[in-house]
Design a protein around this ligand. Structure first.
Ligand code: NI
Length: 177
């Protein structure tokens, strides 16, 4: 079911989310299905449970196909990640443009770790342990930030590179936000 996406300003988006205690439950399956429907309907590269009003540590990202909102981005494997932990593999950061379904119609340049290791669990409680870099690493850091109550504008260091998508990237198919 497509759920309404909470927008920046909503107090719950700034709260830390609780860990999932039980895996493989119908409630968890329904939450993930709703996140999937909502992400697809909005052409998102990822979505976090707090964005649909559920403050649990669940994110989904990737699509196994090209994303219309990020047409130049590499494909990121479709992943459900629960109770994640992110560890930078070194100190290097890189800048990149980000958008967020909770900050519709805007983009900004955000520094993120270039290379990370991320661990967590899938919806059945099976461990996930991966290394990622570049756009994949960026998406994971962006989505997991939602679980700590952080939205990407809070990470922007140069506010002159934050603005409306329609002005910055008029060529992008961004009608939905
Ligand atoms: Ni977001």
């Amino acid at each position: 079911m497509i759920r309404p996406i909470l927008k920046m300003g909503e107090p719950s988006l700034f709260e830390a989310s609780a860990k999932v205690e039980e895996f493989g439950t119908p409630e968890l399956r329904e939450l993930i299905a709703d996140m999937e429907d909502t992400m697809k309907a909005a052409n998102g590269a990822g979505i976090a449970a707090p964005q649909i009003g559920v403050n649990l540590q669940v994110v989904i990202f990737g699509s196994d196909e090209i994303n219309l909102r990020y047409p130049d981005a590499p494909v990121v494997p479709r992943t459900t990640l629960i109770n994640p932990v992110i560890e930078p593999l070194d100190d290097e950061k890189e800048e990149g443009w980000e958008g967020c379904l909770s900050v519709p119609g805007m983009r900004g340049v955000v520094p993120r770790y270039t290379r990370i290791r991320y661990t967590g669990f899938d919806e059945q409680g099976q461990p996930i342990d991966r290394e990622a870099e570049g756009f994949h690493a960026r998406v994971v850091q962006h989505e997991c930030d939602h679980l700590w109550g952080i939205l990407y504008p809070m990470r922007i260091e140069d506010m002159s590179r934050f603005g409306y998508t329609s002005v910055l990237f008029p060529e992008l198919d961004d009608a939905d936000d």
